[in-house]
Design a binder for this molecule. Structure first.
Ligand SMILES: Cc1cc2nc3c(=O)[nH]c(=O)nc-3n(C[C@H](O)[C@H](O)[C@H](O)COP(=O)(O)OP(=O)(O)OC[C@H]3O[C@@H](n4cnc5c(N)ncnc54)[C@H](O)[C@@H]3O)c2cc1C
Length: 439
C-alpha cells in the first residue's frame, strides 16, 4: 500500500515507521524544513535542544518501548526532578507530599485540604465523574479559596490564559494527576523524569533513516494545500508549491495536522456533525524565550510561577535536569507562556519579549544581572495545547473520518491524558494498524 502522511511529528513518524516495517510505502509531506513538529529541536551553539522543553515520565511506556525498539534505549537517562513554586517572592520546593506539608505559603488547614483533594482525585478510577465539572469550580469548592488561588489557579491560568482557564474540565486535572502520580510509583518516592540524551532530534533522524531505507519517502518543506476527494473517497493531494497535484495513486491518507488545518485541507467533503466537532476544538500557542546563561538562575528544573506580576508562567531550567557540560557549560532556561493569538505577548518580537521579561528575573533570583545572558532564542509554537473544556469526550472527532481511506490523528484526540509524545507515538502506531487492517 502507498500511504500518504501529512506531518512529520511524533504521530506521523511513528505511523510511517510501522507501515514501512510491514512492507508498505509511507510518503510523508511536512511543511516545515525539519522533522519532529512540536518535539523538533534547534541548534543551541553546537548541540540540539527542543524548541519547547521536553521530558518523559516513567509510565510513558509507549515511547520508551518505541525508542528501545529503534535501538536508542541506551540514550534515555533518568534524573530526579526538582520542582518548585514561586509564591510571594519565595521559591518553595514542591515535589513530594512532605514538600506540601512544609508549604508555609498556606495555613496548615489549607495544606491538608490540598493534600486530601489530591488523594481523592488519585482514588477516583474514572475520569467521567469529573467530565461535566470545571476544574475551577471543583477545586475552589474542595481545596478552598486560598489553596485554589495560591496553587491551582496560577497553574490553570498559566496553561490556558485568562480567556479559558475557568472553562477547563476537571477531567483534565484528573488526567494530569493520574499520569503523573502513576509515574511516581509510591506517593512518597521521589519523581524521576527521563530525557533522550542528544535530544529528540536523534530519535527523528533514526526513524527517518529507517523509513527511507525501507522504501518510504519524506518530503520536508512541502506543504499540502488540499486533500482531494471524489465520490466520498480520498483520491490524492494538492501541494502548496504551484498548486501541483501529486501524481501518485495512494491507498490511504493519514493527517496529523491540528484539526482546523485538516478541515481547511478537506474543504466541504465532511459531514456536518464531523465538521462541528473539528470546529469545537481550540488550542493555545506556546511562546518560549530561551536564555543561555553563564551560571544557573535557580536550583530547580521546573519552577511554577504563582505570581501574577510576572508575565511568564513557568521557568524550566533544562540544565538543572541535564548536565550543562552537554551544552558547553551553558545554563539553558526556558521562560514559558501559553497564549492565544490576540495576546500582546504572542505578537511581541524576540527583543520586545526579552525586554519585557528581563526585569522580572530579579524576582526569581535577586542577584540576577542581564550580563549573565550570553544568548537568547524565541519560539512560537501554534496549537501547542488543546483546550479541554467540560464534556470533551463528546467533541473528539473519530480517527476514521467520513471520507473513505482518510484518517485523522492529532493531539486533540488524546484524552483524558494530556497531550505528549508518548500518546502521539501510541496514536501513530494504532493508526498504522487501523490503516493496514481497513484499507
Ligand atoms: C511547549 C511544549 C512542551 C511540551 N512538553 C512535552 C513534554 O515534556 N513531554 C512530552 O512527551 N510531550 C511534550 N509536548 C507535547 C509533544 O511535543 C506533542 O504532543 C507531540 O510532539 C505532538 O506530535 P504530533 O505529531 O501529534 O503533532 P505535531 O508535532 O504538531 O506534528 C504535526 C506536523 O504537521 C505539520 N503540518 C501542519 N500542516 C501541514 C500541511 N498543510 N502540510 C504538511 N505538513 C503540515 C506540522 O508542521 C507538524 O510538523 C510538549 C509540547 C509543547 C508545544
Amino acid at each position: 500500500m502507498k500511504v500518504v502522511i501529512i506531518g512529520a511529528g511524533a504521530t506521523g513518524m511513528a505511523a510511517a515507521y510501522d507501515l514501512s516495517a510491514n512492507g508498505h510505502l509511507p510518503i510523508i509531506y511536512e511543511s516545515a524544513p525539519f522533522l519532529g513538529g512540536h518535539a523538533s529541536t534547534f541548534d543551541i551553539g553546537g548541540a540540539q535542544i527542543e524548541r519547547g522543553y521536553h521530558h518523559w515520565f516513567t509510565n510513558d511506556i509507549d515511547i520508551i518501548n518505541f525508542v528501545n525498539e529503534i535501538g536508542l534505549g541506551d540514550r534515555i537517562k533518568w534524573f530526579e526532578s526538582k520542582v518548585g513554586t514561586l509564591v510571594n517572592g519565595k521559591i518553595y520546593p514542591f515535589g513530594s507530599p512532605i514538600d506540601l506539608l512544609k508549604f508555609s505559603a498556606l495555613s496548615i488547614i489549607d495544606r491538608l485540604k490540598l493534600g486530601f483533594a489530591t488523594l481523592y482525585i488519585q482514588k477516583k478510577k474514572n475520569y467521567k465523574d469529573f467530565e461535566h465539572i470545571t476544574a475551577s469550580h471543583w477545586l475552589r469548592k474542595n481545596v478552598g479559596k486560598n489553596g485554589y488561588e495560591t496553587f491551582w489557579e496560577p497553574m490553570l491560568r498559566g496553561k490556558f490564559g485568562v480567556k479559558f482557564y475557568e472553562k477547563i474540565s476537571m477531567a483534565w486535572i484528573w488526567g494530569k494527576m493520574h499520569t503523573r502520580l502513576a509515574s511516581r510509583g509510591s506517593s512518597f518516592s521521589k519523581e524521576k523524569l527521563g530525557y533522550p540524551i542528544g535530544s529528540f532530534s536523534e530519535i527523528f533522524e533514526v526513524l527517518s533513516n529507517k523509513i527511507i531505507q525501507s522504501g518510504g519517502e519524506i518530503n520536508l518543506s512541502t506543504s499540502v494545500s488540499k486533500i482531494l476527494v471524489d465520490n466520498g473517497k480520498f483520491t490524492g493531494l494538492e501541494l502548496a508549491k504551484n498548486n501541483t497535484k501529486t501524481d501518485l495513486q495512494y491507498d490511504a491518507c493519514l493527517v496529523t495536522t491540528p484539526s482546523h488545518i485538516f478541515q481547511k485541507l478537506v474543504g466541504n467533503n465532511l459531514t456536518n456533525s464531523y465538521r462541528e466537532k473539528l470546529d469545537s476544538i481550540k488550542y493555545m500557542s506556546a511562546v518560549l524565550l530561551i536564555l543561555c546563561l553563564d551560571r544557573p538562575l535557580t536550583d530547580k528544573y521546573w519552577l511554577n510561577i504563582a505570581d501574577r506580576s510576572i508575565p511568564f508562567v513557568a521557568v524550566i531550567e533544562h540544565t538543572n535536569f541535564i548536565n550543562s557540560d552537554l551544552y558547553s557549560g551553558k545554563h539553558i532556561v526556558y521562560l514559558s507562556n501559553y497564549l492565544d493569538s490576540d495576546n500582546y505577548m504572542y505578537n511581541m518580537s524576540h527583543n520586545e519579549l526579552l525586554e519585557h521579561y528581563i526585569p522580572h528575573l530579579k524576582k526569581i533570583n535577586s542577584d540576577f544581572n542581564s550580563d549573565w545572558i550570553q544568548n537568547s532564542y524565541h519560539h512560537r509554537i501554534d496549537c501547542a495545547q488543546p483546550i479541554i473544556g467540560v464534556n470533551y469526550s463528546k467533541i473528539i472527532p473519530s480517527h476514521k473520518t467520513p471520507v473513505k481511506n482518510l484518517f485523522l490523528a492529532n493531539t486533540s484526540q488524546v484524552y483524558p491524558e494530556d497531550r505528549g509524545t508518548n500518546y502521539s507515538v501510541r496514536m501513530g502506531r494504532n493508526l498504522a494498524k487501523m490503516i493496514m487492517e481497513t484499507c
